[in-house]
Design a protein around this ligand. Structure first.
Ligand SMILES: Cc1cc2nc3c(=O)[nH]c(=O)nc-3n(C[C@H](O)[C@H](O)[C@H](O)COP(=O)(O)OP(=O)(O)OC[C@H]3O[C@@H](n4cnc5c(N)ncnc54)[C@H](O)[C@@H]3O)c2cc1C
Length: 493
């Protein structure tokens, strides 16, 4: 553990690089950085540093090495798996102030941005050209493109238009020794590297464990002009899930197929009054885009499928204003939960779409078994479920019950052919399940890739890939009388 004098010297050096105002080291100021969007795992960093240039990031990395401080990259901190948090000590290297949109090439449809540009800010910036950055996580107003890349974020458009990795052409990254590395050969002109392994693909989704992303070459795509949107209301979650599976089995790929369960409909309705029926058990919100002449026929087939699955009410929406409202209802769902629960955590697994009906039923049973309220809003078309677990983070026993419930949900999803994450990543939350997903040879390969980029385990160790040096435990037996909520047990090996 570093001494106070040692830490003070490091902070002075960071201040010399980024300026006094761009370093936080006071406990009260840093409290907001003690967790990301996963409130169960908390830890204070040694300091929080806000560089604005790649050079500053590289210089900060060198100082961190000199003072032997772990480095934890962070964007906006909207992550949901506890991976942008320092547990014990470390410098939180936050790229959220690296907000420059450096270059937009409309003809060749790409933009070069700094890592801290917010997702929606890029699409807003290029909107007048008729282009957009396609990945659209519901957090897109706040989350950074660097964070989206590091988690391989998905979103509502993912079903048809792909996840973040499909929209990033190249990255610049500061390595663990302070070297600036780029996957591209030439800045600006060359659109495709096309040589050797897909390096951006390898880095995408690595949850800040390989280096600090400083710049990204983002693909821009034409914003769809023609849409058909509908929502269907069901008296059973099973029927709504079966519709999702049948649409895909029928060879139709909508832009989006999102679902809310009955409880979520009531939570959203109470908060925002969108006009959804509060006695329904499920709502399917669906959109197709593409060539105008083909859309009515596609939508007619989808309506038939919904009817065959007992949809009790189907509303086709032609009004662009109402369409925006409907999607805003979906994106605001998480915000509405804050009104009904002290704390919540969002589970994230992917399952084969055909298994959705049984998976949703099983998740509800597990909620009953653990005596914990669960509500659901999710990317149904991707088979990406998000059971939202409502609990009170001030009650240690309830926190542990939430973690056990999460674990059982994820283990079950593996048994039906699913994965432990669809888009939020592994972080610290799911690390103990990696060996249930992968065999020892695969885990070993992950470790070797990490070692290639970060041989000394300096960057975000103990997250995403099991570490031989640092263990961060959340699931611990509750010690009577000791408040273990909101903390993490860190073991240095
Ligand atoms: C309300 C809400 C809705 C959400 N909806 C979605 C959704 O629809 N789809 C989805 O995929 N996710 C969603 N998320 C999760 C989250 O927004 C995404 O994971 C997002 O990509 C995180 O971006 P961030 O900038 O907040 O990153 P952070 O939370 O700060 O960091 C996330 C991870 O990326 C790493 N990282 C961040 N910046 C860098 C960098 N510059 N270099 C290296 N590593 C870095 C961190 O170390 C960490 O491992 C949602 C979250 C919330 C709170």
């Amino acid at each position: 553990m570093a001494t106070t004098a040692h830490v003070q010297s490091a902070i002075t050096r960071f201040r010399a690089i980024v300026g006094d105002d761009a370093v936080l080291s006071n406990r009260d100021e840093m409290l907001v950085y003690e967790c990301d969007g996963f409130p169960i795992a908390k830890g204070l960093p040694t300091c929080v540093v806000f560089p604005t240039t790649t050079q500053q990031v590289a210089d900060c990395v060198r100082v961190a090495i000199e003072f032997d401080l772990p480095i934890i990259p962070r964007g906006s901190g909207t992550g949901l798996a506890g991976s942008a948090v320092a547990y014990g000590e470390g410098v939180l290297l936050t790229t959220s102030k690296m907000t420059g949109i450096e270059f937009v090439d409309v003809k060749n449809r790409f933009a070069v941005v700094q890592a801290g540009v917010r997702n929606l800010a890029l699409s807003d910036f290029v909107a007048a050209t008729g282009l957009r950055f396609s990945p659209d996580p519901s957090s897109q107003r706040a989350s950074t493109i660097g964070g989206n890349f590091s988690t391989n974020a998905g979103g509502i458009n993912t079903l048809k238009h792909g996840v973040t990795t499909n929209h990033i052409l190249g990255v610049e990254m500061v390595l663990a020794d302070g070297t600036v590395y780029t996957t591209r050969i030439v800045e600006g002109d060359a659109l495709y590297d096309g040589v050797g392994a897909d390096l951006p693909g390898l880095l995408c989704g690595s949850e800040g464990t390989f280096g600090i992303i400083t710049k990204l070459w983002c693909r821009l795509v034409p914003s769809p002009k023609n849409f058909r949107t509908f929502y269907a209301v069901f008296n059973s979650t099973h029927d709504a899930c079966k519709s999702v599976s049948d649409v895909i089995a029928g060879g139709i790929v909508p832009t989006s197929m999102e679902m809310m369960d009955g409880e979520m409909i009531r939570i959203v309705e109470a908060a925002f009054h969108f006009g959804f029926p509060t006695d329904a058990q499920a709502l399917l919100l669906l959109e197709v885009d593409g060539v105008d002449a083909l859309l009515d026929e596609q939508m007619a087939s989808i309506v038939e499928i919904a009817k065959a699955n007992n949809a009790r009410d189907i509303t086709l929406c032609a009004d662009p204003k109402r369409r925006v409202e409907l999607w805003s209802a979906r994106k605001k769902a998480f915000g509405a939960i804050g009104r009904v629960s002290h704390s919540y955590c969002t589970q994230d697994a992917c399952v084969p779409r055909s298994k959705l009906p049984e998976v949703m039923a099983h998740v509800a049973e597990l909620g009953k078994k653990y005596g914990i309220r669960i509500t659901n809003v999710f990317h149904a078309g991707d088979g990406n479920i998000h059971p939202i677990i409502l609990f009170d983070e001030d009650k240690p026993e309830e926190v542990q019950r939430t973690l056990r419930l999460s674990e059982e949900i994820l283990e079950y999803c593996i048994t039906v052919g699913g994965t432990i994450t669809g888009e939020h990543g592994v972080g610290v939350e799911k690390l103990h399940l990696m060996d249930k997903m992968f065999n020892p040879a695969t885990i070993d390969t992950f470790k070797k890739i990490k070692a290639t980029f970060d041989p000394d385990h300096r960057i975000n160790d103990g997250k995403h890939i099991p570490s031989d040096r640092l263990h961060i435990e959340l699931l611990t037996p509750v010690t009577p009388g000791k408040n273990q909520a909101g903390g993490a047990l860190v073991t240095q090996v």
